[in-house]
Design a protein around this ligand. Structure first.
Ligand code: HEC
Length: 103
């Protein structure tokens, strides 16, 4: 019985990790890492800083999903994030949620 329980726990842990990998994969595939790194500033802000900035902001997920699609400038400096119009709304939302989970 103990074995079954620990197998079950391992399975849950593995599937949670898979979800995180899938989201990271989307970040890679969407070319976000050309300008962003999780814990280094590149052309764009490091994604951990983005997560921290909006940690207490309940409306951040939707707003960031929109900003990811439309791009913009002026929040982190003068560099411009180009629009990522190729993203579906659903994927922009997945990316926003993933980024906000990185704190
Ligand atoms: C060509 C470079 C570039 C690419 C590619 C890029 N970004 Fe950015 N990103 C930036 C810059 C520059 C900023 C800062 C914009 C600002 O100050 O308003 C930024 C800001 C952000 C922010 C914070 C927005 C805010 O208002 O606080 C998020 C979230 C983000 N990017 C996500 C993404 C995601 C997800 C992708 C991939 C789909 C991506 N970025 C692709 C350059 C880029």
């Amino acid at each position: 019985m103990k074995k079954i329980i620990s197998l079950f726990i391992a399975l849950i842990a593995a599937s949670a990790a898979n979800i995180a990998f899938a989201d990271y994969d989307l970040l890679v595939k969407s070319n976000c890492l050309a300008c962003h790194n999780i814990d280094k500033n590149l052309n764009g802000p490091k994604l951990k800083d983005v997560a921290e900035k909006y940690a207490n902001d309940a409306t951040a997920t939707e707003r960031l999903a929109k900003k990811i699609k439309s791009g913009g400038t002026g929040v982190w400096g003068e560099d411009m994030m180009p629009p990522q119009a190729q993203l579906t709304d659903a994927n922009a939302l997945i990316l926003a949620k993933y980024i906000l989970s990185l704190k």
